[in-house]
Unconditional design. Structure first.
Length: 138
């Protein structure tokens, strides 16, 4: 241990407050980076024995880096965003490390599915992927 004055370490990247629920109907570029699971929860009861919160089974989620897009390019980014909509989990779980262009759309049954990008959205996503690769260190 040194008695000399030391500088602090490098400033860490800021965490993201981005939540999947706020991304419905947005044009997105996702890069799934991992899988996780929300733990199961027991039911909760009030003093009279009435159920306050139902029991929940463990729920899987996919962790993603996220780029929110518009016609001009990237308007927001987030890292470590957890997508736990069951249809989205099924669509993303085999895409770890790949780029996925999509738009989360609520279905009639209130579930959320990822619709593929079309037209301008698809073109912008393809350009953003090129831009990401051109800035990555070799």
């Amino acid at each position: 241990m040194s008695d000399e004055l030391q500088d602090p370490g490098a400033v860490p990247e800021g965490g993201s407050n981005m939540k999947a629920k706020d991304l419905k109907n947005q044009v997105l570029l996702l890069k799934p980076t991992g899988l996780g699971e929300w733990p199961a929860k027991d039911a909760e009861y009030d003093a009279e024995g009435n159920v306050v919160n139902e029991a929940k089974n463990a729920q899987p989620y996919v962790i993603c880096d996220v780029w929110v897009l518009d016609r001009s390019g990237v308007v927001d980014t987030g890292q470590g965003v957890r997508f736990s909509w069951w249809k989205a989990v099924e669509q993303l779980k085999d895409k770890i490390g790949q780029y996925v262009g999509c738009k989360p759309v609520e279905q009639d049954d209130r579930s959320v599915a990822l619709a593929p990008l079309e037209g301008t959205g698809r073109e912008v996503a393809a350009q953003v992927i090129k831009d990401i690769h051109s800035t990555e260190p070799m």
